[in-house]
Design a protein around this ligand. Structure first.
Ligand code: ADP
Ligand code: MG
Length: 554
């Protein structure tokens, strides 16, 4: 076949494919335009999950009549004029491609500045006057009708609609000063107040119950909300990252956030987070992806650190897990009121809106815990300033010892005691070699380990915290960890392993003074709401809930 230039409508449909993959892409581009135009109200209406109709109405600056037709040409933009502008992009749009791309694959009508224009498959069909109302209205109908291949790749209506909604939810979380509304098939599925409060926006998007569990991050150009460890999700879906309020996808920064929760969340659990990085526009290149999803940082390492410092700083203020409060209505629940915390929800849909719950009491840690006893030889019951506390003795002790061992590995004082009978351990040669390689780490922890041949080591002293009978097992496990762990988390893994082997166990009876000591140590420990594996160390039944359970509503 000979080479020929594609007719414009074919070329346009091809180019549009990069920008407009699905209805949610249209919603994203149109809402971004509204935000760039300074809108304070944005309303999005969907029919047929966006295939039948997407209508976006804003009250922004509008388009001048003489520009209206131009706005729909490829590479037509009011946002950049020169190559230098491209280096410092301060708007969400800049490519001048979105409107042209949407128009190329739909039947579109735009009304703004007293004029209107209608295009189908990129061709202008009609132009004329419109009501001179402020702002811009764009209606997109029959999306992808002229590109059936694209149509076939769409997922179910529910999925496509959820994707459209998620786009607006993300904008609502990042632009709390803008009032958003989404109607799907005539039903309101999102409404925010636009009053400027991010937590309020989070309540509208994520549900009130979730919003009260979010902690405010505000440090070094990183701002937003992140969840208490006691609230988590089964997927990464609820982690929203943004740069200068542009939602981005970044594996690396996503990992920076997740890593902060190591030791706070169990494996496979993820936080809820909305984090915006305020960066000099020159420090980030947003022009690397047609849909502007990905960005490139000039100094990714330092940004990674910035994010981690900000998130870690608030995580140290995490609050304990609490027993589920009763619904305001009273004892109408089917299961026993004293049950496990429910904030660990089931694998969640994107951003599930949960039912309203009574506001959480501010459960600050203050006040000494008074031991009341031990139940099932595994849990301590105590009274604290906030309410009745149930402590998992193993998890609590693990946290205390983990912090202590980590401190030792970082050069803190050692507390070692000689073994009454030195233990001789038979090991695989590679484990025996690991003992030699890690002699200093063992010493820091309080072990004195001597190599005694290619397959044998002798333990002469052990940390004061590790019961003598458990020393052989503890050393074997430590060696296995030291052999397997990645260098960047070797110390944490080693401290966690030794803590687990040294801590009191379920079934160990503790006398009153042991109980008191453990409770005191737990109170003094940092990050003590979870054990190093991310399980809760204690549950609080706060006084208010206790009263409610007994219907003492005064
Ligand atoms: P870009 O956003 O990259 O500039 P678009 O194709 O999305 O490109 O839009 C082209 C131009 O149309 C914008 O630069 C802007 O001037 C104008 N425009 C689009 N949508 C709106 C809107 N809702 N309000 C005001 N102006 C708009
Ligand atoms: Mg745009």
């Amino acid at each position: 076949m000979s080479i020929r230039l594609l007719p414009p409508h074919v070329a346009d449909a091809i180019a549009a494919g990069e920008v407009i993959e699905r209805p949610a892409s249209v919603v994203k581009e149109l809402v971004e335009n509204s935000l760039d135009a300074g809108a304070r109200r944005v309303s999005v209406e969907l029919r047929g999950a966006g295939r039948t109709l997407i209508r976006v109405v804003d009250d922004g600056g509008g388009i001048a009549p003489q520009d209206l037709r131009l706005a729909f040409q490829r590479h037509a933009t009011s946002k950049v004029a020169s190559l230098e502008d491209l280096e410092r992009i301060g708007t969400l749009g800049f490519r001048g491609e979105a409107l042209a791309s949407v128009a190329a694959v739909s039947d579109l009508e735009c009304r703004s500045g007293g004029s209107r224009v209608r295009l189908r498959a990129g061709e202008v069909l009609e132009e004329g006057v419109a009501m001179p109302v402020p702002g811009t209205t764009i209606e997109v109908r029959d999306l992808f009708a002229n590109t059936p291949a694209r149509l076939r790749f769409l997922k179910t209506e529910a999925t496509e609609q959820a994707a459209c909604l998620k786009v607006v939810q993300s904008c609502a979380l990042l632009y709390p000063g803008v009032r958003f509304e989404v109607l799907a098939e005539g039903r309101a599925v999102l409404r925010t107040s636009g009053e400027g409060d991010q937590r309020q926006a989070a309540a509208a998007v994520l549900g009130r119950e979730v919003a009260t569990e979010l902690m405010t991050v505000e440090a070094e150009g990183v701002s937003g909300l992140v969840s208490q460890p006691r609230l988590s999700r089964g997927s990464r879906e609820a982690i929203l990252l943004a740069v200068n309020r542009r939602p981005i996808s970044s594996r690396s920064l996503g990992y920076a956030v997740e890593e902060c929760y190591l030791g706070f969340l169990e494996k496979g659990r993820y936080p809820v987070a909305v984090l915006d990085l305020e960066l000099d526009p020159g420090a980030v290149d947003v022009n690397v992806h047609p849909a502007k999803r990905e960005v490139r940082f000039r100094d990714e390492r330092s940004i990674f650190g910035q994010v981690q410092r900000a998130v870690r700083a608030v995580l140290t203020q995490s609050q304990p897990y609490r027993l589920e409060p009763l619904q305001a209505g009273g004892l109408d629940q089917t299961s026993s009121p004293l049950r496990a915390p429910v904030l660990h929800d089931a694998p969640a849909p994107l951003y599930a809106v949960s039912s309203p719950q009574p506001a959480l009491v501010d459960g600050s840690a203050g006040g000494l815990l008074r031991p009341l006893g031990q139940v099932l030889d595994g849990y301590l019951v105590a009274e604290g300033a906030d309410g009745v506390i149930l402590v998992d003795q193993h998890a609590a002790h693990e946290r205390v010892l983990y912090n202590r061992f980590l401190g030792r590995l970082a050069g803190g004082p050692v507390a070692s005691q000689p073994m009454l009978l030195p233990e001789t351990l038979e090991l695989d040669p590679e484990l025996a070699a690991a003992a030699v390689d890690n002699r200093e780490r063992f010493a820091a922890l309080g072990f004195e380990v001597e190599d005694f041949g290619p397959r044998t080591v002798r333990v002469l002293a052990a940390p004061v915290e590790t019961p003598a009978a458990r020393v052989p097992e503890a050393v074997r496990e430590l060696l296995a960890v030291m052999l397997d762990a990645r260098p960047q988390d070797l110390l944490e893994k080693a401290a966690a392993s030794l803590a687990c082997h040294s801590a009191v166990r379920f079934g160990d009876r503790l006398d009153a003074s042991e109980q008191r000591r453990l409770l005191r140590e737990l109170e003094e420990a940092e990050n003590s709401v979870t054990c190093p594996h991310g399980r809760p160390t204690r549950l609080v039944l706060d006084w208010q809930d206790l009263k409610r359970h007994f219907r003492r509503n005064y």
